[in-house]
Design a protein around this ligand. Sequence first.
Ligand SMILES: [Zn+2]
Length: 144
Amino acid sequence: MTAPGAARGPAVRVLPRLDGTNRFFWTSGEDGRLRFLRCTACRHYVHPPVPRCPYCLDGSMVPEPVSGTGVVHSFTVNHQQWIPGSDPYVIGLVTIAEQEDVRLTTNLVDCAPDDVHIGMAVEVTFEQAEDVWLPLFKPAEQLP
Ligand SMILES: [Zn+2]
């Protein structure tokens, strides 16, 4: 925990409540892989986790790893200092590479808020807090 008034440090996170449907998602980062539920019948990914496929109402939903890459669909920069001295941070909506309608609300990290743009290539990075691995996104490594 960062002391009040500290200029920099880890963000204060409100952790999700884990249940039988979402536990795989919030603990997926333990092995460095991002996972989403995928329908065994129609093969659609679905997020947030639900017990039944909303596309075909047929298949069972099982967690499957994805590449962890995506693009910024939209974002906003928070300037309100909810904690005195805290830095502005970016709340992003990231579309995963595997399926255009699967989007994750997350924080964009490891880059200045002014450098974030819609369409920016990003990749997942995990921040562990207690028994949760929060999936955050950073600029994707560019191949030479
Ligand atoms: Zn389905």
